[in-house]
Write a protein of this length. Structure first.
Length: 133
């Protein structure tokens, strides 16, 4: 693990949340992107060396919509940057963590991603991400 790459926040209304976070952070998002494979539209804010990712579901039954229905809006996941996602996935699997996919997927912000089930990480959904070269 290299560093915390971003914190993901589930929101019901991306435009409203962007306005709130722009006021909070003093500047707007640097990128908005749809990730069809995950059923989300994302919006990224840069905060010093860190990022905040707002996530709005594009479907009523997507992972973000289900998370909001269960727990309401708020922190959805914490993402860690890794140098080699496949080797990190293998290491974590050997350590007994439950991965939500066997292969990394293409995610937002030009990243390969893999999620670790919250039951393996004290109730926190963890995302591994590696910059696509």
């Amino acid at each position: 693990m290299i560093r915390v790459e971003h914190i993901g926040i589930a929101v019901k209304d991306l435009e409203q949340a962007e306005a709130t976070y722009a006021r909070l952070l003093g500047e707007g998002p640097y990128k908005r992107e749809e990730v069809p494979s995950e059923g989300v539209v994302t919006s990224f804010f840069q905060v010093g060396p860190n990022k905040i990712e707002l996530l709005e579901s594009t479907t009523s039954d997507g992972p973000i919509a289900r998370a909001i229905a269960r727990r309401g809006e708020g922190i959805h996941h914490i993402a860690f940057e890794v140098a080699d996602i496949r080797s990190e996935m293998a290491r974590l699997k050997a350590e007994g963590f439950t991965l939500l996919s066997e292969e990394p997927k293409h995610g937002a912000d030009n990243k390969l991603v893999c999620f670790i089930h919250p039951r393996s990480a004290n109730g926190v959904l963890v995302e591994l991400c590696q910059e696509v070269q």
